[in-house]
Design a protein around this ligand. Structure first.
Ligand code: NAP
Length: 305
């Protein structure tokens, strides 16, 4: 493949940045990759595994001369990073992010960027419960969606370039309205995570079911919950702190439906339960037919390493 960006800088060197870096190197779509992470320990690991061409000791050194800067830190850390790098960005550069929430990131980052750069917020809808620089793999984005939420005045050439980069990494790219993104993801990702966290918490509290039983009989359903509940606590705290409105709306609806199902069980209303489960089964089939999952019970999170 031909080079799409000469110089790319990653701020944050975790699962998403390391997966992007592996994919870019595999496809030779970038000449030079620089990277920075908050802790000396992560930077050292990144050097050891040669994740980037240059791992810098300051965030500013990473972005100097970069044609594309990728903010791959937890959502709550985006603003501080933007503030620091803003004055040092190369005119004409593109800045993107990979945060799981988009409105809050846009509002936090945009005011700190000079008008000479193109800011195109993004979100690869792909992940695993693992984190850190060693957890990435080049195939993470293959046949997964990456959602870009540019504002309407964005330079079409900059948008096209970033789209081509994601496509080179195997992603299907779609543009979406920024607030709609947060609502859709509240339904498809954020609330399911909260429900998984809750279920694992309930099992942990319920001492009548011993730990060994939970482990032994976890094949059906619960195992998928435990995988999700093993996801990074900082990342998920930030998701809920920054997508409050949409997640609360969906959780409100969820609670209503849960009460209705609870009532059906209490009243022995098998028909209600059967109809409900028939409807949800069709949704699952639709996801498999759309190529977004296999029959394997892993909650559609794709490969995990
Ligand atoms: P991760 O594996 O936990 O890595 C986060 C990285 O950010 C680490 O290298 C961390 O450095 C660095 N970092 C944290 N605060 C920082 C700061 N203030 N300045 C510089 N670096 C900082 O995270 P991830 O899973 O790649 O997630 C990154 C972003 O992608 C998040 O916004 C998340 O919402 C989004 N996302 C995640 C997934 C997923 O499934 N994981 C999927 C889609 C999108 P240290 O190691 O030194 O702390």
């Amino acid at each position: 493949m031909s080079v799409i960006y000469e110089r790319v800088a990653f701020i944050g060197l975790g699962l998403i940045a390391s997966s992007m870096s592996h994919a870019m190197r595999r496809d030779k779509t970038v000449d030079v990759i620089t990277g920075f992470a908050r802790s000396a320990e992560t930077r050292e690991i990144a050097r050891e595994i040669e994740l980037c061409d240059i791992v810098t000791d300051t965030v500013v050194d990473a972005v100097i001369d970069a044609d594309l800067v990728v903010l791959a830190v937890p959502v709550g850390a985006m603003e501080a990073v933007a503030k620091e790098i803003g004055p040092h960005l190369k005119p004409g550069a593109t800045v993107t992010d990979v945060g799981s929430v988009k409105r809050a990131v846009y509002d936090a980052v945009n005011p700190h960027l000079p008008e000479t750069v193109h800011f195109i917020p993004g979100h690869p809808v792909a992940g695993t419960e693992h984190s850190g620089p060693r957890s990435g793999f080049a195939e993470l984005f293959e046949n997964r969606w990456t959602l870009l939420v540019p504002n309407k005045n964005i330079d079409p050439e900059a948008l096209d370039r970033l789209t081509r980069l994601w496509q080179a990494m195997g992603a299907n790219v779609e543009q979406m309205d920024i607030d709609h993104h947060d609502l859709v993801l509240a339904v498809t990702s954020h609330c399911p995570h909260l429900i998984a966290y809750t279920m694992v918490g309930v099992a942990d509290d319920l001492r009548r079911v011993t730990d060994s039983e939970v482990v032994k009989y976890s094949a059906a359903g619960f195992r998928d919950f435990t995988r999700i509940a093993a996801s990074d606590p900082t990342m998920w705290r930030d998701v809920f702190m920054n997508n409050k409105e949409a997640t609360l709306e969906i959780l409100g609806r969820f609670t209503e439906e849960l009460f209705a199902l609870q009532r059906a069980i209490r009243q022995g209303d098998g028909e209600h339960l059967h109809d409900y489960f028939t409807r949800t089964r069709a949704i699952r089939r639709g996801i498999i037919e759309a190529g977004q999952d296999t029959d394997a019970p892993d909650f559609g999170r794709g490969k995990s390493r």
